[in-house]
Design a binder for this molecule. Structure first.
Ligand code: GLN
Length: 295
């Protein structure tokens, strides 16, 4: 045992420097899946190697890196930020503290948008508030012929989205590269462009909602989570601006709060959208609403 010094504070619970994966996972107070994700990240291993190599002594530096991540996770930092990645729609997206962490329920938005494009070739797609680029890149990956625009007002988010698009998409896809542009909703978008589908997962948590000070949300960019109002203000802007940017019979689909489907359908109907409806996520919650314009 090394003596405790200012550089090497005594830490009674610390596993031995030569700890094995099995010993580290046994000693961890994290949920087992989280501990395994952090450890595979540190070691650069696949999940199965934690089993096949479970009794292999690890390098001291790796043990220390793992324990540091475990401590940060216990202090609340999201796993996706600690490992810098989150899987979405079968793709591995880079995540930083500048972007919303992709959520599984948002895959419903991607699937629904893809459904509206089925009969179209070389469709044009617009993703508003792209963040990681998860929605835009997932659509572009599934429909290589689609021409995809992705906007965000945050330059830091656009840099993350650009890296995700470059890493996850075929550089020779027929639809070309995703067009990433800095814009506050539609403000800086070329007014002549018309889209077959507009999608958005905007900030929709109402200001003062206690969820904002709980769990992972404490570490995500506040501007990606809340409109600092009633949770509908970004959605109002998106709905109001959509008719001028949609192709004839183009579709708009928006993710919204768990109890906002009726309100969002009301906004769409008031704006003149047809076929207005909502779709339920895997938890049975009406999570997205949309419609078509000018058909
Ligand atoms: N779905 C996220 C949550 O409730 C919120 C994302 C958003 O505001 N767009 O944690």
């Amino acid at each position: 045992m090394m003596p405790a010094t200012p550089d090497n504070p005594a830490s009674p619970a610390a596993p031995e420097p030569s700890a094995t994966p099995a010993a580290l996972l046994r000693a961890s107070s994290l949920p087992p899946l989280e501990a395994r994700i952090l450890l595979t990240h540190v070691l650069g291993w696949r999940r199965t190697q934690l089993i096949t190599r479970s009794d292999e002594p690890l390098e001291r530096a790796n043990v220390e890196r793992y324990l540091a991540l475990e401590a940060r996770r216990k202090a609340g930092e999201p796993v996706a930020q600690l490992v810098g990645a989150r899987e979405f729609f079968g793709l591995d997206f880079e995540v930083t503290p500048h972007v919303l962490i992709p959520r599984p329920e948002t895959e419903l938005l991607v699937e629904t948008a893809l459904g509206t494009l089925e009969s179209l070739s070389r469709p044009r797609v617009l993703d508003l508030g792209t963040g990681t680029g998860a929605i835009a890149v997932a659509i572009a990956a599934t429909r290589p012929d689609a021409q995809v625009w992705a906007l965000d007002r945050s330059a830091e988010a656009l840099a993350v989205a650009a890296r995700n698009a470059a890493r996850l998409l075929d550089a020779k896809r027929p639809g070309g590269a995703v067009a990433l542009e800095q814009s506050d909703w539609y403000d800086s978008l070329d007014a002549a462009l018309r889209f077959d589908v507009i999608v958005s997962n905007p900030p929709y948590i109402a200001c003062g909602d206690p969820h904002l000070s709980e769990g992972d949300l404490r570490f995500e960019p506040r501007g990606a989570l809340t409109d600092e109002a009633d949770g509908l203000s970004a959605i109002r802007t998106i709905v109001a601006g959509a008719p001028a940017r949609l192709a004839v019979n183009g579709a708009l689909w928006i993710e919204h709060g768990y109890d906002r489907a009726e309100a969002v359908r009301g906004l769409l109907t008031a704006q003149g959208f047809a076929q207005v409806c909502s779709e339920r996520d895997l938890a049975g919650i009406e999570r997205i609403s949309g419609g078509r314009f000018g058909g």
